[in-house]
Design a protein around this ligand. Sequence first.
Ligand code: SER
Length: 340
Amino acid sequence: MSTKAVLITGANGEIGHGLITQLTERNPNLRVVALDVHPVNKELKERCHETIVGDIMDTVMIDRLAAFYDFQSIYHLAAILSTKAEREPVLGHRINVDGTLNLLELAARQSRASGENVKFLFPSSIAAYGLPDVETKMRAGKVKEDEWSSARTMYGINKKYCEDLGRYYNWYYRQTDPQSAAGHVDFRAIRFPGLISAVTLPTGGTSDYGPEMMHFAAQGKEYNCFVPETATLPFMVMVDAINALLQLEAAPAKNLTALVYNIGAFSVTAKEFYDVIKKYFPGAKVNFAPDALRQKIVDSWPADVDDSLAKREWGWKHEYDFHRAFEEYLIPAVKQRYQK
Ligand code: SER
């Protein structure tokens, strides 16, 4: 008999940290199997049934997992983020696409063997969009899921293709088989905006300037911001992002017509970020020294997203708007973190 469990890849990353904490707080009996290329920290380890240091490209390790566990849900969070994938496009493609395919296959095999659907939660991104220039971006305003879909980064292209793979595994997998299987991959994805956490820092992303500005200010360090003051992106705090994943996971499948959803909270300029940070850290020093290449990526991502589909189909609603996010969540937590 295999053990029922939940699998989290990229467990040591930003979303993984918060997700493991939330999942095990809500259900202390849940068996979480955490996989990451780096060892997960002690505090997280204690919350997990098993932690594995391993690579999602390692199919022998994935087969071993399949032999020991029946996964009810897979949160596939492991990825190479946008700036890093631009520097190493083939590596980005391997991890972001081939790695995702390995996990989708695991979910498909397990669902067919057990006859029960395996939920597959996938973080997609605003990088799935591609706007031609900053003027068009600012004119476009809130972008819907099916607009401006020509992604311009390796990471964005990878995410968009994996959304399609997810739809395929959900609706059409092995559609020419004479008999359809009882269980299938129940794929669900969120196109996240830039995420801001008080406890971890992102690595290799392009929306990193937001959280980096805050973490540098909290440590009394000067920050060189790689986008201009006017650069605008949608952002969200990590708690809202994790709540969204859990809410989407819990939604009845019959309500989900699209499988891939925008979610939004606030859209701000880099200058607005700096202004709010100065309010709490008056000595904060930010030099705006745009890096033309990274700025080009930001310019191709939407300034804001239309999340009415998520609101309609699974009741999405953010809790933290811009000012509340800093006042009640980010600043107290980040102060505590660096005062330790
Ligand atoms: N935050 C990610 C990045 O900047 C986008 O999903 O790469």
